[in-house]
Design a protein around this ligand. Sequence first.
Ligand SMILES: Cc1cc2nc3c(=O)[nH]c(=O)nc-3n(C[C@H](O)[C@H](O)[C@H](O)COP(=O)(O)O)c2cc1C
Length: 371
Amino acid sequence: MDTTLFSSLTIPAPTGQGLTLRNRTILSPMCQYAVERQDGVANDWHLQHYGSLAAGGWGLITVESTTVNPVGRISPRDLGLYDDDQEAGHAHLVSFMHRQGTAAAVQLNHAGGRASGQPWLAGTPGGSVPIDEGGWQTVGMTDQSVAPKYRTTTALDEEGLHDIATDFATAAQRADIAGYDAIQIHAAHGYLLHQSLSPITNTRTDEYGGDFTGRTRLTYEVVDAVRAAWPASKPLGVRISATDWVEGGWDLESSIRLVRDLVENHGVTWVDVSSGGLVATSLQPAGPGFHVTLGAAVKNALANTDAVVSVVGGISSPEQAETMLRTGQVDAVSIGRAAMRNPHWPANAAAKLRVPREEIPCAPQYWRAQW
Ligand SMILES: Cc1cc2nc3c(=O)[nH]c(=O)nc-3n(C[C@H](O)[C@H](O)[C@H](O)COP(=O)(O)O)c2cc1C
């Protein structure tokens, strides 16, 4: 059967041909909390994890939240991209993924007040890792705690915020050397850029706070710094939380205003739509495809551009993904937990949608399973 899910997709770039994906399945970034010596370096776990996914046919694999400096790590066990060993570890992953025919993106992040956190595990209390157990003092937009059980953050001054934009740019240069095809800047899920965007957590009174212009300033600085450091021939993406689901918080209207300008004037060509993560709220939806209306709203707002819009959240059935694409709600699907349950989700989905056997995306070693 002819499917949209398994048709190719090009994410444009400011110059050149852009990045053509073999299909429209995108692996959503998911922290593995698997770094062993707090050194931010990928190890055997990461190679088997991303390697297995790459063999399973993804169009684009987005490697988990990778921090741009040590203070920005979500947890002590995060990947980093701020030293040579980390860069070499990423290069090894990318080389293997490319050999399986998948494109590779890295999600660059700074966790701000949510740094130094406990790796997310069922049954653990969450919140900050104590300093005497390997945690560290966090930095962010204000001298406040940004979430329950997280320590009080030290507010960065203007110079400190500029330094963060510079760290993002340096990590982008390392990402290029490591061979990545795309970068996704993490501006969602309650981390530093989202903390700066939302009026709930950004109560600054200087030029990095206040109105929309002030609260988006850091995001613009980071995007512009990365775009300048990252080859113009490679796509730059942004993941947003389209709304905080809280009255008076960051909302869809602000998201659309931001991403439209980022796409039209700042070289962003891929927007990945998520939501929430800043404050707990009962309004946060769940269930099959729970962000699709937000993704469709962003897609609609960017209809006169060539930017690619993907959406994440509760996508697990191939038929549902196919319908979302065929009806033009979004251009691509980002898939998280279903990929951890089944790393070969694309190959299995292709078989289920009756894609011709010889076109099923998977490692040649596994083609034999299709016969
Ligand atoms: C274990 C785990 C780790 C995650 N780590 C990240 C991350 O590094 N960056 C990010 O943007 N989202 C992260 N997420 C969120 C997922 O990318 C995704 O947005 C979310 O799980 C909803 O999609 P799903 O319903 O397909 O799982 C994580 C989710 C899980 C389950």
